[in-house]
Design a protein around this ligand. Sequence first.
Ligand code: GLN
Length: 491
Amino acid sequence: MTDLTSMTIAEAKAGLANKSFTSLELTDAHLAAIEAARSLNAFILETPDQARAMARAIDAKIAKGEGGPLAGIPLGIKDLFATKDVRTTACSKILGNFVPPYESTVTSQLWRDGAVMLGKLNNDEFAMGSSNETSCFGPVVNPWRREGSNTTLVPGGSSGGSASAVAALLCMGATATDTGGSIRQPAAFTATVGVKPTYGRCSRWGIVAFASSLDQAGPIARTTRDAAILMHSMAGHDPKDTTSVDRAVPDYEAAIGKSVKGMKIGIPKEYRLDGMPAEIEKLWSEGAAWLKAAGAELVDVSLPHTKYALPAYYIVAPAEASSNLARYDGVRYGLRVPGRSIGELYENTRAEGFGDEVRRRVMIGTYVLSAGYYDAYYLRAQKVRTLIKKDFEECFAKGVSAILTPATPSAAFGVGEKGGADPVEMYLNDIFTVTVNMAGLPGIAVPAGKDAQGLPLGLQLIGRPFDEETLFSLGEVVEQAAGRFTPPRWW
Ligand code: GLN
């Protein structure tokens, strides 16, 4: 659209501060961009009236010199975040037209700091998926295409709407959530920056729960600096979430441009998969070379339990999901399909309200938690989880500051291309990201290059608990070396 939509958050903050434009102008430019990009299906609810009202109010504050750190910045919100008086569905039919009477802590902190809400973003149903194809609102389209091809590609998932909207310049940044890679994988598929913070860094209060011991909110933005700016507002202790940690929130933006000299960067040999595309391998060594050129020291490390992470994740996550999703019974929220008895009402509602992937997870989860199978599956997966965490702890104990890996085993794939006959084909896309959730660690995905067909590829950096700052410093080095990537506009 106009220049107003292609700025970074950092640039827009400066422009608003020196009165080059107003938040209302910035907001209107984005609302127009959203309208012109409906074919991407990134926004499932546009809230223009609310956006303009918020922008006007913040313009008045800016005029009085009272704007907060995100004053006037238009954002998109993943539909997993409860937004007061604004429909929130987690992209599931079962929530119907649910309108929460409360606001999630993370979004309320964004509004506290002056951000403007443009609308709600598409995602996989209950955040279960890696392609944004399980949403009841239909798939999201990736603004990136293979060179010379019109094939519709997925933006990754589950935060596909967030990634697609940020990449296509429909919003300056977006909220997202990551249970097994849902921030980092879509970021890698769309050349955006995605941060999955340490478990406990952001409050989960008011976010529709998927797997509570793994879920964490984080930002998707176009630059590492913008992601750091958003993180500062999203993070922080919340007494309403007992797993949120009471620790000061550092100035993440100050970490951008900090020297990485002398940092030890681990390269885990277990992430070198058989049959991994040569382009991913090349990207990984290029990333390592950039960090080395910036003064970091590369060390080979071993994370021996990596190969068990994916199977263990696909036991733990469905187990927790089956328990969390028990609340959708047709009585308390959204959809209700009547029956002759209360039992039948539950059954009818859940059969009609949940999509295939969600039903599959509920069944797997119920099975692995059931008497007789609990020890063999759930308990064993929890033990594996401890071992995965230990692998990382041993690595960090040897002085490693962060670990460099590819973000995904492939570039974006076509809509309908994966997982149709075998769901495991889709799950395999999470191979490099789930370990981080299992261990509760922070991770960042940064655009690092393109494949032979012109599609973006990302690198992942994994950090010590609560050391997101190091990830921002290292992410900036990669971004500076790789440059930024914007999809040519065709929609
Ligand atoms: N793709 C993974 C899954 O389907 C992760 C999803 C997520 O992080 N929310 O479970």
